[in-house]
Design a protein around this ligand. Sequence first.
Ligand SMILES: [Mg+2]
Length: 281
Amino acid sequence: MKNKNYLTLILIVAFFSCRSKVTHRDEGNVMSLLYQQNAAECKALCLQGYNLARQKLYEHVLEVQKVPNHKRIAIVTDLDETALNNSYSNALAYLHDTVVGLTSLQQWWLKGQATAVPGSVCFFKFADSLNVEIYYISNRGDAGNYVAATMENMRNLGFPQATDTSHFLFSNKNRNKEMRRNQVSVTDTILLLLGDNLSDFNVCFDNRTVKDRNVAVMDLESEFGNRYIIFPNAVYGGWEDALYKDIKNPSLSQRDSIRRLLLDTIPFVKPEQCLKKVSNH
Ligand SMILES: [Mg+2]
């Protein structure tokens, strides 16, 4: 019986070994996707972010109300992986041995099957109850059908203020969000920004190197957890683009090589040296 079980195990391993030779998908995505979809820690981080956002928004609203003749008050939020969970499309691409491209992204937007990030709907309803304007600034395409499908998806999930297209500022090829934030600032005071990507908060993070992004985060230290509320996204984002520097659309093998080069290690210690140290004690 034992031999039979062992044989089955070998066959399973052999089967998946053959499958693992396929190289059209980004193998590096699988752990990130598992974290995003399964880790209770990821869910807890989202809840933590929205709980903090609720507290900070309330404080900022009380503060701005002291200012005579203040402008309308608003918050600005990113959509994907901040309010909407799209990990299904990345998971599907992985299982179908491919990567997510513009066409598959557009098809996904039209399907309207994203789910809500934990804590998001509840928070935005709270903001709405305080008469705060909510601006959904996203780099989804701004063609009418993408906006309409996204709005319907969000209405179905219970997001407030999802009936007014003027609250949906999508990308017209320009992925820089600063212009759209400035557009909101003309009529509204932005109290809070929410995002999974540093570019959702400040233009100083756009197209910067890994080192510069890290320096800029420290420079803006006091903003995080105050006006900036950030959510976890280990699957994609500006952090990954920065790894490849100036290589546009890097191939899978280029990505793999660069990732290996960028891993930090401690000086290598041979296993037998570790064993010697242990036996000496
Ligand atoms: Mg996002």
